[in-house]
Write a protein that binds this ligand. Sequence first.
Ligand code: ATP
Ligand code: MG
Length: 388
Amino acid sequence: MTKSRIAAVDVGNDSVKAIFGELERELNIPNIIARDTEDRPVIGIEDLDSKDPLDGIHIRVHSPSLKENNVIYRVGNLATKSINATELDPGSSKSEEDQTLIMLFATLALDAVNSDFPRNKNIIDASYILGTGLPLREVKEGKDAGYRSKLLGSVHQVEFLVTPKYQGMKVNIKFDEVKVYPEGFAAFINLVMDNSLKIINKDLIDKRILIQDIGGLSTDIAVIKNRNVDDDKAQGFNLGVSESLEQIREEIRKKHGVELDSRRDVVEIITKKNDRNHIMVKGSRTSVHDITDRILLDLAKKQYRLLRNVWAKNSQTEICYFVGGGSIILKEYIKNINNSLDGYNIDFFEDEKESIWMMANAYYKLIKDFIRKTEKQNTVKDKAPVKS
Ligand SMILES: Nc1ncnc2c1ncn2[C@@H]1O[C@H](COP(=O)(O)OP(=O)(O)OP(=O)(O)O)[C@@H](O)[C@H]1O
Ligand SMILES: [Mg+2]
């Protein structure tokens, strides 16, 4: 039997975050796919082998778990430029969308081609122990079981088509184990425990806390009590930062005639250390502070309203942590609003990466712990006296 590799994967609406093996690899891929045909035109004098494979993910995916099998997709950066690109719709269920599986399989395949799985010519047989998650809402509806069995039940194949370095490779993915955790609970685990699941935050573990995760398309507020998520109290909202970033991009285009490539560029402008909220217009340094301030303040107010509502229903809450990429963007605005209004006990993460990788880190800790426990059980079994 081949040895399985650990994968902790957070399929976020905005991007996939994945951690592999003994922490030796991480991948971050925008969650965006577009249908394509067999031979994507290679533009100009594009030299396939000198390019980054992550900028040219072009795959065919075979899996009985997909609603539409054997379809060819552009994934991530390559899909951004397509007119028919699809991002997840806020109302949809992660566990039931082909897009979630396509992103997951593509991410694993990109790891597999660089790992030491058995290979036969261009075919790689990869097996994983997967830790992943679903929004609390879907776990509450019991959709985690169906999602897990879809993954466990068959072999899934990713075939690289016109992708730099990997063209022609086929990766067969099978799962030895899949654990699906609720997202809010995972964030809590990450806050209170280290990589060996030792408690690192004694103060926090028995407190009543809220975790407000501001993502690309959605915001989830988990309610933690007695070291567990309170399923009935947790809430999900279809409000993220993507729309506001898009709006900022549009207003910069209208007012200054400057076309920014993507939402990522907007994030860069509003978070960079030097010359924040400035762009170059025809070679002159120009402030866009008026635009960013108005739009982000507006979103921060909406986020604050969500906090207020949830706090009102959980009056004995002691602290609320803001996580997710959206919290980085809105941090100063939310702090200011809070200072001039209710003065709740709230906190943010200094380290941007920690905020964004929260879920993936948590899944990693949880799946490691699961493996440790199973290994322990097996050793006990091995040592049991054998009847003769
Ligand atoms: N380093 C960063 N600094 C600031 N903002 C960032 C950074 N990375 C990502 N963002 C922005 O934060 C937003 C949310 O990112 P995040 O990764 O938390 O979302 P997600 O988990 O993929 O989405 P969801 O939680 O809705 O499923 C994105 O719109 C992204 O542009
Ligand atoms: Mg998220």
